[in-house]
Design a protein around this ligand. Structure first.
Ligand code: ADP
Ligand code: MG
Length: 494
């Protein structure tokens, strides 16, 4: 406790005072030996910002922390936090920094658009998808067909199996989203066989209409797995539901024709890529989910091909930072989708690929109807190498601490960061929320590192999500003339 007499002109002080801390470069502070000490914050990776408690610089990203710093067990991270507190912004910083390290950011679905300007500025590829704006054929094997021709033996089989699995998963996922329940086991088997028949039949790139045709044609192999017992009528009965769903997908229906026409802008593997899906309105939840899922499937498929070619020594090893933003939108779209996400976003080897998943809260993940889905969704967070948390409500803590151990102090910090912004009485404008840009970086059971992300001027320019508002013509109205106001109040033309 402090001792002495409190008040002006007196003395009231602690007995033992903490020494002031200063930061400097090793060139400057080496003369202060032995008083110099390193800080606790890791300095390996993309510079993120300053430690809120100590002011020390923090460098952090899942790829460098995995490969160079050995701080995490796999190159993945999960970002949680209330909307508007800067989750996309911190991931965008990592993408920009990693691009500097030679890693290519792949933004598999940008809903806002949060990342398009950055990828454009990096000279990357922007793929636009939406109603009447671009197609992504879910049956397109993409680069995998050409890659399979260049590979041999096990590697070829693996890449073909991967491509087949992805297409099957994607068609099932689209049907799940349409119906809000997954297809039955029998329908899955029929789809699987129909896809194999389709591959043998067609020489070009098949589309969903061709798959529908195979189911309608009732080839023997498909009839066998459908267990129609030799009766075509029975086959028609069994496949009626599936046929109806496929007709719905092909016909443009609720999910649009985005998935049923040939892909018009194939993804490149040698540069940063963003799928701009911002033209899809937030009210079209099913379509948003389906498009995101299709982008993830396509993107991960392409990464798997790139890895297989690099393993075989046919192409240089490329490194990717894959960003899956707004995860909750997909998980919510139907039962069983957690499994699909898991299947589509899993890579046999994480060599050269870092992933970032972004969602709002644990409750979003745990709000799923099905208990099994909830457990699996929780697994996404549990398995992440690091968890980065922004401001979160108190109600969230119980669920969160189950997965990420946190001290009382850390929990209070996160709760404090979600406080609403104040009004600025002078301008009448809402100021930035107090917790914007603040994050707690958690790795396993270690104490979290609280960090504030400050944007550079270049980033501020690129990140300006309020651009459209700022050019509002209303702002150009001339200021009111005080004289006219007086006249008006005096009641007229005298
Ligand atoms: N560290 C920061 N400093 C200043 N502004 C920020 C910072 N982080 C985010 N913002 C701004 O806050 C807004 C919301 O950020 P965003 O990253 O889209 O949030 P989220 O993805 O969590 O919803 C954007 O306008 C962004 O420019
Ligand atoms: Mg965001």
């Amino acid at each position: 406790m402090p001792r002495g007499w409190p008040g002006a002109g007196r003395g009231y002080s602690t007995y033992l005072q903490a020494p002031a801390e200063w930061r400097g470069t090793t060139v400057q502070v080496c003369g202060l030996w032995p008083f110099a000490a390193g800080t606790g914050s890791p300095m390996v990776g993309v510079p993120i910002g300053r430690n809120i408690l100590s002011g020390a610089t923090l460098c952090c990203d899942p790829i460098n922390w995995f490969t160079r710093a050995n701080l995490i067990s796999n190159p993945s991270m999960f970002v949680l936090g209330r909307p508007g507190l800067g989750k996309s912004t911190v991931v965008r910083r990592m993408a920009l920094g990693l691009a500097g390290y030679g890693v290519q950011p792949l933004v598999l679905g940008d809903l806002k658009p949060d990342y398009r300007d950055l990828i454009e500025a990096l000279g990357g590829q922007v793929i636009r998808l939406g109603r009447g704006r671009g197609h992504l054929n879910v049956l397109d094997p993409g680069e995998s067909r050409r890659a399979a021709q260049r590979l041999t033996g096990k590697a070829r089989e693996a890449i073909q199996a991967d491509a087949h699995g992805r297409r099957h998963t994607m068609v099932s996922a689209l049907i799940s989203i349409m119906r809000s329940v997954p297809p039955t086991d029998r329908e899955e088997t029929i789809l699987d066989e129909a896809l194999k028949v389709l591959d043998e039949r067609s020489t070009g790139t098949p589309v969903l209409r061709d798959l529908l045709q195979v189911v309608q044609d009732a080839p023997d192999r498909v009839r066998n797995v459908a267990l129609d017992r030799g009766s075509l009528d029975r086959y028609r009965q069994i496949t009626e539901g599936l046929e109806a769903s496929l007709i719905g997908l092909v016909g443009g229906g609720r999910l649009g024709e985005i998935f049923s026409a040939p892909t018009d802008n194939p993804m490149r593997l040698d540069r940063p890529v963003v799928f701009d899906v911002s033209s899809i309105d937030d009210s079209e939840t099913s379509l948003q989910a389906a498009v995101l899922l299709a982008c993830w499937s396509y993107g991960f498929g392409a990464v798997a091909v790139s890895q297989a070619l690099a393993d075989a020594g046919l192409e240089p090893r490329r490194h990717y930072f894959v960003i899956l933003d707004e995860l909750w939108r997909v998980l919510r779209a139907g039962r069983g989708l957690v499994d699909r996400v898991d299947a589509l976003t899993r890579l046999n080897r994480q060599r050269g690929v870092g992933t970032a998943m972004i969602s709002h809260t644990m409750s979003d993940l745990l709000a799923l109807e099905n208990a099994e889905d909830r457990m699996k969704a929780k697994g996404f967070v549990e398995r992440s190498g690091m968890v980065v948390c922004g401001g979160l409500p108190r109600a969230e803590m119980e669920n969160l601490t189950e997965v990420v151990p946190m001290s009382e102090e850390e929990q209070n910090m996160l709760i404090g960061w979600q406080d609403p912004p104040a009004w600025d009485p002078a301008t009448g404008v809402e100021v930035a929320p107090p917790g914007r840009g603040n994050f707690l970086v958690k790795v396993g059971g270690r104490p979290g590192i609280p960090v504030h992300v400050s944007l550079t001027s270049v980033e501020r320019e690129i990140n300006d999500t309020n651009k459209l508002w700022r050019t509002d013509p209303v702002l150009e109205l001339p200021p009111p003339d005080p004289a006219t106001r007086v006249v008006a109040r005096a009641g007229g033309d005298k």
